[in-house]
Each structure stands twice: as C-alpha cells, then as structure tokens.
Design a protein around this ligand. Structure first.
Ligand SMILES: NC(=O)c1ccc[n+]([C@@H]2O[C@H](COP(=O)([O-])OP(=O)(O)OC[C@H]3O[C@@H](n4cnc5c(N)ncnc54)[C@H](O)[C@@H]3O)[C@@H](O)[C@H]2O)c1
Length: 477
C-alpha cells in the first residue's frame, strides 16, 4: 500500500506538473470515481451516471460488501478499498465523496491535490476550521467543487424568492426552521462492536479517533457519535439552513453573529451522543432564525413524528412575514395570507438536476456556474456546527435562564414551550432529565472564530478536531 507520505509527495508532484487533470473536450466522457458507496453514495453514482457523457469509472469503499453491491450496478468500473488509489489514477476527472462526515474534507482535499474536481456531500465539513481548508483548496487548485445540498438546483428556490420580493406577504419578521422525524435508540453494547470483517477499519476511520464503538450497527449510525457525525443538526440542518441562506438571505449572510442552543438525548439510554431534541436561536444581525429538531414521537406510544403548528410533517422553512407566511419542505411549499388563505402553491423537483449542474461546470470550468459552489455550502454547514458547538458547551438547563437568554423575542419562548410540550407528550419529566443549555456564542464571521467572553479554550477547541496520525487535514492546503 502506498504510504500517506509518498501519496502526498506523488500527488503534489503530479499536480505541480499539471498533468493530473486532463483538458476535457466538449464531448469527451467525464470519468468519475464514487468514494463512499452506502445508501447515498450508490444513489449519487446512479444520478451522475444518468448525466450524458459521464462514466462511473472507479468505485471506492473500505467495505468490500459495499463494493460488491455497487459492482453489480457498474460492472465495468474498477474497484478499490483505498481512496489513495483513486487519487493516483490520472484517468479520473472527478470524485463524488459520499463517505461519513469525518472524511468529507480530507478526501476532497486529496482529490483536489490530485487535480480532480469534487462533488462532496453535506455537511461538506465535520468542523468549521476544516470547512475553510476545503474552500482554500478549491481556490488554490482552481477546482470545480459542488456541495451536496441538491435543492440549490431546484427552480423552486428562485420562485420563492420572486414571490417574497413581489411583497404580497409583506416584510419577513423571522424564520422558524424545523425537522420533526422519528428515530430510535441505536443500542448500547456492553462489549465494543467489532467492525464487519469486510471493512478495512483503518481506512473507514481515517481522520477520526480510534475509540471503542458501543452502538449495535456499524454503518449509518456514526451520525450520532461526535467522533464521526454531527447529529441531526448536521444531518438535516445543512439542507434546511442552506435553503434559508439562499432563499431568505440570498447568500449575503455568511455566518450568524450569535448562536445559542439547548436540548438533549432523551428516552433512549443508548450509545448515541448527539441530541435527539435540539433547539437553537441564530442572531443574523437582520432577520432572526430559530431551528429545532425532534426525533421522539408526537406522543409516547404513537408511531408518528411531532407536528409543528400548521404543517403536519417535516416542515423545513416557515418564513413568517407581516402579512402571511410561507411553509415548505424539499419538493414544495405553500404561501398563506395572515388569515390562512392559500396565496400560492409551489412545486419543486427536489433538486434533480444538481448532478448535471456539476458536470456542466466541469465542462465550462466556471465555478460560478455551480448552484452549490463549495464556499456557500461551507457557510451553511458552519451554521449547523455552531448550533452543535453551543449545545456541546452546555450546562444544566434552567427554563427561566434559557428564556432570558434571548430577550423580547416571542418565537424563542415558543420554541422552548414546544420543547417542554414535546417532553410532556413523551411522558418525560424535565426536572429529571439531563437537559443542556449552551452559551450564546459570539462569532467573528470574517475570521470564522468565537469572540468575546465565550471564546473560551473549550469553545475554540470545538472549531476543529484532533486528527488521527496520517490523516491530518493540512494547515496549508
Ligand atoms: N444530499 C442528501 O440528500 C443526502 C442524503 C443522505 C445522506 N447524505 C450524506 O451522504 C453521506 C453518506 O451517507 P450514507 O447515508 O450513505 O451513510 P452510510 O454509512 O450508509 O455510507 C457511508 C459509506 O462510506 C464508506 N466509507 C467510509 N470511509 C470511506 C473511505 N475512506 N473511502 C470510501 N468510502 C468510505 C462506508 O464504508 C459506507 O459504505 C453522509 O455525509 C450524509 O450526510 C446526503
């Protein structure tokens, strides 16, 4: 196996000679490597393969079971467990990174250093610092880098913007974002889990810490462990907050000025660390934002997710205006006047042209052609990390103190009231739970760091991570 040191040396040399990236003719086939072949990776490979002029040429996953499954769909593609082999292959033009979140940035940077363009899943980073490194690499190597928030390519978003601008609902007062979906306990083993025999665990782990795993399932449930995932805030959050940053803020607000979050992981007593009930306030300097997630059922014993006000399931954006509101999720939404009369129904396509948009930009070599250009999605991912950072710094929750943290803003009191109601419906006694309430973090948007009293060593440490030896995201890309 190529050592990491020799890999980097080789790829840097290859790139400095500009030999790693082919100059593509207009009709030439674009050869893609699909890195990470779980549920989303296989889906992404299928969507890319449908774009005219694209070939899925390389399949990569440390799990040979995932490779075998993908090979049935793409029998002519080469396979490897080791992404460094992909980087060395000069016939590969672009990679699609659909690994766990902890690998997104390093895999993308290695690909860019090898002259390849990148489509990287959301959240595009596992922490804010490495997200900036991802953007720096895209600029340095002049690569086309698309973030995997596919709704950016949905014409729906421009239609909502135009509707808001037409003014029939008046000025925006605030935005409430949410996603209420049911999840379940991931179990809590007494003995650590042995990774499946088909997995090269060193490669699966990459930058993450080598620590025992106590959940039952190896794949997917890494989301609920801070070592590899970013919880529900970093799972649905990047979609929702990216819609918000695009539709409401028109990409003019990079990061919020202040963020505070609370919540906890209740009822399950499992090996997961991330909250299953999470609420946050984001002070943007203009329109205020509230976001919350509920993973417990609507009511104990009922197999249905919670409901929010006027929308039964999975509402993402609720844009509250002076004379009405818009409520919508992926694929569509509705605008109402203040009496609840429907003003307009919007239908979206769920972002089905996002893969084609990436391929078009690879051919045009213009990153401004990308709908999900990486810096935009870096910012949207960072909003999620900030809400997680505040939660992780949390102290014991006290309702009065929590309410007082955001003054004169009724929607903050509302989200706290909803949180308590949700606990009651699940027959949980708030006074007996380990509820956390984080500090109001102050953010320097230009420097992407904390400032003021909350810029403590503990807070600053959460902006990055300790990288496992051999898998460091470079300080200088
Ligand atoms: N855009 C969307 O709508 C959407 C939907 C679902 C998931 N996602 C994102 O896609 C990513 C994958 O999610 P999933 O549900 O498929 O997870 P998953 O756990 O099912 O699959 C991840 C796969 O990556 C592989 N992997 C790990 N390390 C690797 C490495 N070094 N090289 C190559 N492969 C590696 C794993 O073995 C696994 O097969 C996540 O970041 C998730 O947030 C996006």
């Amino acid at each position: 196996m190529t050592s990491r040191r020799s890999f980097i040396t080789q790829s840097a040399l290859a790139f400095s000679a500009l030999s790693a990236s082919r100059v593509l003719g207009a009709n030439e086939t674009i050869r893609i490597a699909s890195i990470g072949l779980g549920g989303q990776g296989l889906g992404n490979a299928g969507r890319m393969a449908k774009v005219p002029g694209v070939e899925i040429a390389y399949l990569c996953d440390p799990d040979t079971a995932a490779l075998d499954k993908a090979k049935k769909v793409f029998p002519n593609a080469k396979t490897t467990q080791d992404l460094r082999k992909v980087m060395e292959d000069k016939s590969i033009d672009a990679v699609v990174v659909s690994t766990g979140n902890h690998w997104h940035v390093l895999a993308s940077i290695w690909a860019m250093q090898s002259g390849k363009d990148v489509y990287v899943e959301k959240p595009v980073s596992h922490n804010i610092w490495e997200g900036r490194k991802l953007v720096e690499a895209a600029r340095k190597y002049n690569r086309i880098v698309q973030g995997g928030t596919q709704q950016r390519s949905d014409p729906l978003q421009d239609e909502i913007k135009a509707f808001l601008d037409a003014g029939s609902m008046g000025k925006i007062k605030y935005v409430r974002c949410n996603h209420y979906s049911m999840r379940a306990s991931i179990g809590k083993r007494t003995e650590p889990l042995t990774p499946p025999a088909t997995v090269d665990y060193d490669l699966w782990l990459g930058p993450a810490k080598d620590e025992p795993i106590y959940r039952e399932k190896f794949h997917y449930d890494w989301h609920w462990d801070w070592n590899t995932g970013n919880g529900e805030m970093g799972n649905w959050g990047p979609h929702i907050l990216d819609d918000l940053r695009n539709v409401v803020f028109r990409d003019k607000v990079a990061l919020p000025k202040r963020v505070i979050a609370g919540g906890g992981r209740f009822a399950w007593d499992d090996a997961g660390e991330t909250p299953n009930t999470h609420f946050a306030y984001m002070d943007t300097g203009s329109i205020p934002v509230i976001i919350d997630f509920h993973n417990l059922p609507r009511q104990k014993g009922i197999k249905a997710p919670d409901v929010y006000l006027r929308r039964r399931t999975g509402a993402f954006l609720i844009i509250e205006c002076e004379g009405g509101y818009y409520t919508g999720s992926r694929g569509g939404g509705t605008a109402f006047d203040s009496e609840g009369k429907k003003l307009h129904i919007f239908k979206g396509d769920g972002g089905k042209t996002h893969a084609a948009n990436f391929i078009d930009a690879i051919r045009s070599r213009k990153s401004e052609d990308l709908k999900g250009e990486v810096e935009k999605i870096h910012f949207s991912s960072a909003w999620c990390h900030l809400a997680n950072n505040s939660f992780r710094l949390g102290q014991k929750y006290n309702r009065e103190q929590a309410e007082a943290a955001v003054k004169d803003f009724q929607p903050w009191n509302d989200v706290i009231a909803d949180f308590h109601q949700h606990l009651i419906k699940n027959e949980l006694d708030a006074s007996k739970l380990d509820i956390k309430m984080g500090p109001m973090l102050e953010i320097d948007s230009a420097k992407e760091t904390f400032i003021g009293d909350t810029a403590t060593p503990e807070a600053l440490a959460l902006l990055t991570r300790e990288y496992r030896s051999g898998f460091e995201v470079p300080q200088s890309v």
